[in-house]
Design a protein around this ligand. Sequence first.
Ligand code: MD6
Ligand code: FE
Length: 216
Amino acid sequence: MDLFTEQDLQQPARVERISAQGVVLRGFALPRVDELLAALRGVLQQSPLRQMHTPGGLAMSARLSSCGTLGWTTDRDGYRYSPLDPLSTRPWPAMPEVFLSLADAAASVAGFSDFVPDACLINAYAPGAKMSLHQDKNERSYTAPIVSVSLGLPAIFQFGGFARSDPTQRISLFHGDVMVWGGVDRLRFHGVMPIKPGRHGLLGEQRINITLRQAG
Ligand code: MD6
Ligand code: FE
């Protein structure tokens, strides 16, 4: 499949470096955003967004779902990847082709070749919802990067250091932006500030983030 038309190649996404092995690719997903949203709707029909709880019993303010051979879940028993959706009790929906090709293209722009994610976590934020500072460490290996696509309302992403108390950069992420980070930066703490009220033309009063990972 041709990922880029000739026009896209003439106008490459603006690359903003945020760390040694981290970049934001501004507007990188925009040329395929309709396909992306159609695929996302299909995934969410099979495995709907739902409220999850941390192992400590706190409700997460973002609603979550997953697709791919492994999906990320959390409950009283802990954070983990699982091949089955605990809500549907069936395998998670297949990873859409457009997710795979977009993720591989973004990863290679960022210097990570042959990125083949097996897990995609979907986070949906209503205004006021946030994601506390955390590290992503449930994946089997930290060799692969994570590719993160922002859709809908803007967010302020906190990109920190290797201790929770380290200072954070605040990075505004807009509809269609794609962030890629891995390698020496893979275990940085990060989070999302409470989403400001607003309405996005395509997605309404929400932000959706999809993160693609090699988890298994
Ligand atoms: C979000 N993202 O942007 C939450 N994790 O809504 C993440 O937690 C995240 O964007 C690892 C790598 C990239 C991310
Ligand atoms: Fe994360």
